[in-house]
Design a protein. Structure first.
Lengths: 561, 242
């Protein structure tokens, strides 16, 4: 009976150690069931130490030691697997062996076996997909119980002489079996409790963070405006239970929700110097109300007593702040502190995305507008000048040119269609070339070859005409002797259409002629946007010989009506 | 006004119909006699030299050398009255106006053309400051080679000289004739006068041989020797830091 008590005492020391272990950063990797080598090594070291401690804490009885070594061995095996269990057992066993006594061999063997049993149970649970059972104190207790029975059996069979070992076993069997089983069960229970608490804490934390993320998603993407800021501030206020939430831009308060809303009014300039400090230095300012007091600059009786100010970014630029307040009687929890940073990051990325999205929309709109605006006045007035010359001697031809010119402008002004048939694009090109041919006379030679089968294919509007205009404006018309413009449209065997615009002036200069470059850039972007990277504009040139612009589009059929 | 006392004009435009239209309008005024038409600035330079017109109608947008480039290449002493013609030159128009350059917009209105002719009759030669609208330094020198026109980069030219046949420029590889005068070249390039008939690029001088009686000879990297007259020797020495 006395033995039971002292062994239980020993076990308590053990459990205190287990509790301390659960306080260290070691416990999480130990508790995760993984086959990571580093993690297994850690389990081996920790539980071998427990095993050896168990021997040292043991009570000397007739040249033998009653001990709690089994706890370390079994749990080491359970957490680390058979190899680790065997190694922990062997280490503990060899250590026990080194201390001598008539049970030394038996103890060494039995401890190794206990580690192995733990390890085999680990394999069993993992295979059965019940790895959570490893942390079940009852099951651990039973396993240790059985392991201890094995130990007693080994003691009886291995230790000599039998009478002596029989006497020993009858004295220590019950205390050791009880102490080890209960100890192992409590040991694992302490570790798993800690694990549960930690997981619950992270789960609550993540759930709150995710709820905020989920509710606020997309709100700020339509712009960092007072309306959107108020929506977000309300969500954060509701989800974090802080005293008040404010969002500011760089000059004024965009939104304020919570205690003190009576005098912290949206759309008023930022009055607190700490907010300006956060904005200007791009850093988090925390006035905790204790070490750094917070006093509302607007109202002396303001109930708010502490504030956390976190800058919001759009890219690398600070665009505003988010402020969380707590009333005077309450301090800000650490959970709120760390979550607030996450919230600020979340909002920042939304602001960036919003800005990006808006820019993208603007860009495509302005691109189309730009293309329309690119009907350059030079072209228009030169065309009119040409027509006015032709009227004198060939009114019929002049009439044709006027029709070409109006056809050209009619297509140009069709602002709403993003996608047109190749036939329409060719019409646009023909109307344009009719004028240019009249202007430049024999200096502009044109060779057009088009596969009729390709005419129904769809492509973004303003893709072909700008290429032709570019070849005339920056190519052929810039050469004194003029040149030949070639337009080729052909169907390829792989069901694509290849379109080539070539001039033999060869005056293309990459990235130099800003204006021309921009026009070609837009054509390229529109093609890539519609058909993907493989349809981008390909530009080849040889100075003074040719400039070749080509692209390939998939042959999609267009059915009228 | 009779044809004899009419203004002698050149029309320089790269578009044939635009030339035709302007010539027609000019003829209709009965005050202008179009001597010739040029389809580009280089032809234009030749014609200006050949005809010494009273007035040139000069299109701005032309291949290789624009009307403004050509303006910079005209000899200031024999400069005709210049009327710039353009379809649309948003920003430049203001510049023309500010610098009292006469300009016409295409399509040309007869009333507007009459105004130009009225000004011309008063002989108010307003174009005093070509630099305000034309490039002050020439990047290319238009030259007439073997039946073709070429634009030599200014920096390739080692020296230029004039003789009875005209003005010649010499690069490392070739010699070519240009319509520009030595005076224009001196004013608008990095070439330096060393003799009444010679301009040299200082960085292309290989050797200076000082002779008696204040003369010298420059040995050029092209292998040619270029004379230095007494009048320019002192200035040249200073420039070469001798």
């Amino acid at each position: 009976m006395e033995l039971i008590l002292s062994l239980l005492q020993q076990m308590c020391v053990y459990l205190v150690l287990a509790y301390m272990l659960s306080k260290t950063p070691l416990f999480l990797p130990i508790l995760s069931i993984s086959s990571h080598r580093k993690h297994r090594y850690l389990v081996y070291v920790v539980f071998s130490s427990f095993c050896i401690l168990g021997t040292y804490f043991g009570l000397q009885i007739d040249d033998a030691i009653a001990n709690t070594r089994a706890i370390g061995a079994v749990i080491g095996g359970l957490l680390g697997g058979p190899v680790v269990g065997f190694a922990v057992g062997l280490t503990g066993g060899l250590h026990r062996y080194s201390l001598g006594g008539f049970t030394d061999v038996a103890c060494a063997i039995s401890t190794t076996l206990e580690g192995l049993i733990g390890g085999l149970m680990h394999v069993y649970y993992v295979r059965k997909n019940k790895s959570l059972d490893i942390f079940n104190p009852w099951k651990v207790g039973v396993i240790t119980f059985i392991a201890e029975l094995f130990q007693m059996a080994i003691l009886l069979t291995v230790a000599e002489p039998f009478e002596k070992s029989y006497a020993l076993v009858s004295a220590i069997a019950a205390p050791m079996v009880i102490a080890n089983s209960v100890g192992a069960a409590l040991f694992i229970s302490i570790l798993s409790d800690k694990k549960t608490i930690f997981e619950k804490y992270s789960a609550t934390f993540s759930r709150r963070a995710l709820t905020i993320a989920d509710r606020s998603v997309g709100v700020l993407t339509s712009g960092f405006t007072p309306v959107n800021a108020e929506k977000v501030a309300r969500i954060i206020y509701e989800e974090t239970n802080v005293g008040a939430v404010a969002i500011t831009d760089k000059e004024k308060i965009l939104a304020f929700i919570g205690t003190g809303a009576d005098h912290h009014l949206p759309n008023t300039p930022i009055s607190s110097s700490s907010t300006m400090e956060s904005l200007n230095n791009n850093k988090i300012v925390h006035l905790d109300g204790a070490e750094r007091p917070y006093q509302c600059t607007l109202n002396k009786n303001c109930p708010l007593g502490s504030v956390l100010i976190i800058p919001l970014h759009s890219g690398s630029e600070v665009v505003g702040t988010i402020k969380l307040y707590e009333p005077k009687r309450k301090f800000m929890s650490t959970v709120t502190l760390s979550m607030a940073e996450g919230i600020a990051q979340l909002l920042s990325s939304q602001i960036v995305y919003g800005a990006y999205q808006q820019q993208k929309d603007l860009l495509s709109q302005s691109e189309i507008k730009l293309l329309h605006a690119q009907v350059n006045p030079h072209f228009l007035f030169n065309a009119l000048n040409t027509i006015s010359a032709i009227i004198r001697r060939d009114p019929k031809r002049a009439r044709e040119l006027v029709l070409s010119l109006s056809r050209f402008f009619r297509i140009n002004l069709k602002q709403n269609t993003a996608v047109v048939t190749l036939k329409e694009e060719i019409n646009h090109v023909n109307a344009y070339l009719a004028i240019e041919k009249a202007r430049f006379a024999e200096r502009l030679q044109v060779a057009i070859k088009c596969d009729d089968a390709a005419m129904s294919a769809l492509l973004p509007s303003f893709t072909l005409q700008p290429l032709v205009e570019n070849a005339v404006k920056h190519g052929i018309s810039q050469r004194i002797e003029g040149g030949l413009l070639t337009l080729n449209v052909r169907c390829t065997p792989d069901n694509h259409i290849h379109i080539l615009v070539e001039d033999d002036a060869g005056l293309y200069k990459p990235q130099k002629e800003q204006h021309a470059g921009l026009g070609m850039d837009i054509v390229d972007k529109r093609l890539v946007h519609q058909f993907g990277q493989q349809s981008g504009l390909v530009i080849e040139y040889r100075t003074n010989q040719f400039t070749r612009m080509s692209f390939s589009i998939p042959h999609t059929y267009h059915h009228e009506g | 006004m009779t044809k004899n006392s009419a203004f002698r004009a050149l029309v320089i435009d790269d578009e044939p119909l635009a030339r035709e239209e302007l010539c027609q309008l000019l003829n209709e005024t009965n005050e202008v006699q179009v001597l010739a038409e040029a389809a580009n600035a280089i032809e234009g330079l030749t014609l200006v030299k050949q005809h010494c017109p009273d007035v040139i109608f000069l299109d701005i947008e032309m291949p290789q050398l624009s009307g403004l480039d050509m303006l910079a290449m005209l000899d200031l002493d024999t400069m005709p009255y210049v009327v710039l013609v353009t379809a649309f030159e948003q920003y430049a128009l203001q510049a023309f106006e500010d610098n009292a350059f006469d300009y016409l917009l295409k399509p040309v209105e007869p009333e507007r053309l009459n105004k130009t002719l009225t000004r011309l009759k008063k002989r108010t030669q307003p174009q005093t400051d070509i630099d305000a609208i034309a490039p002050t330094t020439l990047l290319h020198i238009p030259c007439v080679g073997h039946q073709r026109i070429l634009l030599l980069p200014e920096s390739d030219i080692h020296f230029a000289y004039s003789d009875v046949a005209g003005v010649h420029v010499k690069t490392l590889e070739q010699q070519a004739d240009t319509q520009l005068t030595l005076k224009t070249l001196e004013e608008r390039t990095a070439l330096v006068r060393c003799h009444r008939q010679y301009l040299v690029r200082l960085s292309c001088v290989a050797e200076v041989k000082l002779l008696d009686n204040g003369l010298a000879t420059l040995l050029m990297k092209t292998g040619d020797s270029v004379p230095v007259s007494r009048r320019y020797l002192k200035k040249l020495k200073a420039l070469l830091e001798l």
